[in-house]
Design a protein around this ligand. Structure first.
Ligand SMILES: [Zn+2]
Length: 645
């Protein structure tokens, strides 16, 4: 035993590895997640400083505290031989769920293990504990498994302590959900219950990040006696890191926790906001997690129960869990530092959360000072895997590239001195200016299909797309839609894209050719919206500090015919082309550079037929726009896809 006397419980059980996707061994929620964590804890020897326990299956009566009987029957029986081949069909009825013959046992172990450590911490037998469990739980709702989650482990343990063990004196529970996704299931289960303060910080991206919609919004504060006991901090974009999370801790969570005075804290500890996570796109370091956890140790006499939720980069989750257990043992953060300031959007979100909750929590009533909120890191655009229009990279290389870019750019800013509270405040006045200018955006690819184009304005996802779009800040629909043909060559290139999967995407040859006739759908939108589309076509986020294509570009493009959006020059569609005027307004489109044509011709970048889903969207657009019949549209696309450049 080490010199400290903290009794930290640790639960791990191999049987939870029997749950996996039978059709996809690379599914992100796979057994290697907890195996890699356990391997790390063993190799570092930290497990020997903890009290290690085996998993324990939950009882139906405890699960029934938060789930319906129908839900419990489903999970109990899903792995039985009788269900057999019907299993996949049942799974398909739910959102992001798979089942196999090991699912039932793993679900019961996962829930039961969290109950077990929570009970021991509440009893005082342990000071704190970490349950290395899967499947995760926080998306699971009362009557529905969801988002890789079967039973809501943390919610079950919470109700167990309150309702089944009143003798332990636990009356108020703080749940901190720092998984990068919103804990929709937990929120709903405790919506009107003031015994539980539910706090979730997550990517929301204005409702387009999983699980999506309004549930994760900061206006969702609970109801009835539970009003004010539900706190959501919704990030507007990815790439949030230590500084952003710690700002939320200091200016929302910690002041409220002080006031609430929990008897125990349960953490829905997902590590998919960690640097390098393929789904999260945020950048919290192990050091960041250790400080977040350490700040919570001052409450409830340090009674903290952590339960694993998401986290899909094996190295990141292992390092982050190790750091957290170190904090539980040592009662201090691990060595490290994080110097960068929060994003400007982070302060905006924090202030909005405080405004919304100040009626319930007095410490939030005071406005943040300008001195505090002026300490920001400019938002830097980085090519990410959201776009159909960037070079294909695996999640791993994306994160490495992102790291490199971020380090290069953030480092200089981290040394920035803040004087008179006006260091690098970000102005969005360009949006107001460009929102008054109308242009025609001429589309030749899947954007000809209105529903698909509207994803770039309102946010959303149409059939075949692998991920939803964020949308424009200005969500007003196009003022007019017209069709025209242009003397340009339409062709398809690249082998696969992040948005559509395998298959080529459409390009317009930047040079005109009177032998060609490309059908194009023209949307009348503002220049501000055009910038948001241009950004989404090339990179994923839109917190632009300055426009990609501004008034000067607009004035010069008539003469120069094309202008490169240099800030997104790694994207495939950063070359803005001028195609003339319609009703006095300029017609703009975006495509590859002329120099890319040589790469397509030489075979350096393959020309390639579009995927079925992608082609269908083009055809739908042409038919819906009454330009061609379905047969004609199909032939038009096939012909464009098969002709040599
Ligand atoms: Zn998650």
């Amino acid at each position: 035993m080490a010199s400290n006397s903290r009794r930290v419980g640790l639960i791990y059980d191999d049987r939870m590895c029997k749950h996996f996707d039978p059709d996809d061994q690379y599914h992100p929620e796979n057994p290697n997640r907890i195996r890699s964590i356990w391997k790390k804890l063993e190799s570092s020897g930290i497990n020997q400083r903890c009290i290690v326990m085996n998993g324990k299956e939950a009882e139906d009566k405890d699960i029934a505290l938060v789930h319906t009987k129908a839900h419990i029957d489903l999970i109990r029986n899903i792995s039985s031989k009788k269900i057999g081949l019907k299993r996949n069909k049942i799974a398909a009825k739910f959102n992001s769920i798979y089942f196999n013959e090991g699912s039932s046992e793993a679900a019961y172990l996962s829930a039961g293990s969290v109950i077990q450590v929570a009970e021991k911490v509440a009893e005082g037998e342990l000071d704190s504990a970490f349950a290395v469990v899967r499947p995760p739980g926080h998306h699971a709702e009362e009557n529905e498994p969801m988002g890789f989650c079967l039973y809501n482990n943390v919610a079950i343990a919470t109700r167990y302590l309150l309702d089944e063990r009143p003798d332990l004196g636990i009356k108020k529970i703080l749940i901190v959900d720092w998984d990068v996704h919103h804990g929709n299931g937990t929120q709903k289960m405790f919506w009107d219950d003031p015994r539980i303060l539910f706090f979730s910080v997550h990517r929301h991206d204005f409702g387009s990040f999983y699980p999506g919609g309004e549930d994760g919004s900061h206006v969702m504060t609970g109801e009835g006696p539970g009003a004010g006991y539900n706190i959501n901090v919704p990030w507007e974009n990815g790439r949030c890191g230590d500084a952003d999370y710690l700002a939320v801790w200091d200016h929302v969570l910690i002041p409220v926790a002080k006031e609430f005075g929990p008897d125990i804290i349960l953490i829905s500890a997902g590590f998919d906001a960690a640097i390098g996570d393929p789904l999260g796109g945020c950048r919290v370091s192990p050091y960041g997690y250790s400080v977040m956890l350490h700040k919570l140790l001052e409450f409830a006499g340090g009674k903290i129960v952590m339960a694993l939720e998401g986290g899909y980069n094996l190295e990141s989750i292992a390092n982050s869990v190790q750091a957290c257990i170190e904090v539980l043992l040592q009662q201090k953060p691990i060595a490290g530092s994080s110097e960068a300031y929060p994003f400007e959007s982070t302060w905006r979100v924090i202030q909005a959360v405080r405004d919304k909750l100040s009626a319930f929590w007095q410490p939030l009533a005071e406005r943040l000072t300008e001195k505090t909120t002026s300490m920001t890191t400019p938002y830097i655009q980085v090519v990410s895997s959201d776009s159909e229009d960037e070079y294909d990279t695996t999640p791993h290389t994306v994160s490495q590239e992102l790291e490199k870019d971020i380090e290069n750019i953030i480092q200089p800013f981290s040394d920035l001195k803040v004087n008179d509270g006006q260091a690098c405040t970000i102005s969005h006045t360009w949006r107001a200016e460009l929102s008054k200018i109308d242009i025609w955006y001429a589309t030749f690819g899947s954007n000809m299909y209105q529903s698909r184009f509207l994803c770039y304005i309102a946010g959303g996802q149409v059939e075949g797309m692998q991920k939803p779009c964020i949308g424009s800040l200005d969500k007003r629909k196009p003022k007019e839609i017209i069709w025209k043909t242009f003397p340009h060559r339409l062709f398809f290139a690249r082998e696969r894209t992040a948005t559509w999967g395998p298959g080529g995407v459409a390009f317009l040859h930047p040079e005109s050719n009177s032998d060609e006739k490309a059908y194009m759908c023209l949307y009348r939108i503002t220049l501000e919206q055009f910038n948001d589309v241009l950004l989404q076509e090339n990179v994923s986020n839109f917190d632009m500090n300055s426009p990609l294509f501004d008034m000067t570009d607009l004035q010069s493009i008539e003469n120069s015919k094309c202008v490169s959006a240099e800030a997104v020059k790694n994207g495939w569609y950063h070359n803005v082309l001028y195609l003339g005027k319609e009703n006095g307004l300029p017609i703009l489109t975006m495509t590859c550079r002329l120099s890319d044509i040589d790469n397509f011709k030489s075979g350096n970048v393959l020309t390639c037929k579009p995927s079925k889903e992608y082609a269908n969207n083009l055809i739908r657009g042409l038919v819906e726009g009454k330009q061609l019949s379905e047969e004609e549209a199909t032939t038009y696309i096939q012909e464009a896809a098969s002709r040599a450049l």
